[in-house]
Design a protein around this ligand. Structure first.
Ligand code: SMG
Ligand code: MG
Length: 371
């Protein structure tokens, strides 16, 4: 596999509706795409870093600089064959920056797999051809507004609802959704680290609502706090931000900090590490599900392939394209009986539409591949 050029492309995509979480509101995604132009094809990667370092310490301008100045040069310096397997070790000396590492690995993997006609799903070990889709519902201005949004998603056939919560927007919205839509709805909540252990008794008031899980109630670093909280509430604790690697997953599970894990490739440095998180959790009997970072069809294709692995036993934040975008970059992912189909074509199995890509492109930086 010979690479001629790396392209760092920034695109601007407006969300169909602003998405509010406990840490902020996303209305327009500023996304870094990495395209590796090889002698006989392209590899695409999508970076999940947001504009500001609010979900985690990474942000898109920072990731862009890290990819350009610290990661691509390490790949160019490799004397062995450039494969996705070689990417992690090549980046090992660079501390942190998993989202920057992940986008590069994704592009290499897409290029490698496209070259031999293998799909992401086949490579990762997918055992399903479609995956159940959940939807993450942001914090809203009022409970009636929230109920309208949930009604809309349930009518579309989503397999589970996740409500974003924060202090002041937790018990009432959950109670209202249960009262209106019943106990059968698969329902979970995500706090994005908005609480402290002092809120344990308050969070225990969610117990009667039969939630699937509460995601990341406490700060990223507070594994001990999550273990203490898990002992005080009946709702299963799921970790997102805290799970930065397969080793972190092992540690958190052994310490009793979580009984379910959210897997995001960008958060753990790539799809290969994401698979290792899946494997560690499977070995410990802990179910996982696939998180989302408001991806375009490129990132979604990879996520849906990952979500088809055997231990992904809960619906993911892998919603249909129209939940995010009026026009996706790729042919849209659509809900079919509450599921998204796993792409089967070579590599990601999807390509950006050239016209759409041109429309949304803000800047392109080309880096010649010097070996
Ligand atoms: O892609 O549907 C999606 C978003 C899912 O809630 C979601 N993601 O903490 O899990 C999470 C958040 C992080 C991104 S919020 C901008
Ligand atoms: Mg989360």
């Amino acid at each position: 596999m010979k690479i001629e050029l790396a392209e760092l492309r920034r695109i601007a995509l407006p969300l169909v509706t602003p998405f509010r979480t406990s840490f902020g509101t996303e209305s327009n995604r500023d996304i870094l795409l990495v395209r590796l132009r090889g002698t006989d094809g392209d590899g695409w990667g999508e970076c999940v870093a947001m504009s500001e370092p609010l979900y985690s310490s990474e942000y898109v301008d920072g990731a862009h600089a890290v990819v350009r100045d610290h990661l691509l040069p390490r790949l160019m310096a490799l004397t062995t064959d450039l494969t996705a397997e070689a990417v992690g070790p090549a980046f090992q000396a660079v501390k942190g920056h998993p989202m920057a590492k992940s986008v590069v690995e994704m592009a290499v993997l897409d290029l490698e797999l496209s070259g031999r006609g293998e799909s992401f799903g086949h490579y990762l070990g997918a055992v399903r051809d479609a995956v159940p889709a959940g939807v993450s519902v942001g914090i809203m201005g009022s409970v009636p507004e929230l109920l309208g949004a949930v009604a809309h998603y349930l009518a579309q056939g989503y397999a589970r609802i996740k409500l974003k919560i924060e202090p002041g927007w937790d018990l009432d919205p959950v109670r209202a959704v249960r009262e209106r839509f019943g106990d059968e709805v698969a329902l979970q909540v995500d706090a994005n680290a908005a609480y402290t252990l002092a809120d344990a008794r308050h969070l225990a008031q969610l117990d009667p609502f039969g939630l699937l899980l509460i995601e990341q109630p406490l700060p990223e670093e507070d594994v001990a706090g999550h273990a203490a909280l898990a002992a005080q509430i009946r709702t299963p604790v799921c970790l997102d931000e805290s799970i930065t690697s397969a080793a972190a997953a092992f540690d958190a599970i052994q310490r009793g900090a979580c009984s379910i894990v959210n897997v995001k490739a960008g958060r753990v440095g790539g799809y290969l590490e994401a698979k290792r998180v899946h494997d560690v959790c499977a070995a410990l009997g802990v179910p996982v599900w696939c998180g989302g970072m408001l991806e375009t069809g490129l990132g979604r294709a990879a996520n849906v392939a990952l979500a088809a692995l055997p231990n992904f036993s809960l619906p993911g934040d892998t919603s249909a394209s129209e939940r995010y975008w009026r026009h996706d970059l790729t042919p849209p992912f659509v809900l079919e009986d509450g599921c998204l189909r796993v792409p089967t074509g070579p590599g990601l199995g999807v390509r950006p539409d050239p016209d759409r890509l041109a429309e949304v492109t803000v800047s392109v930086e080309e880096i010649a591949w010097s070996v």
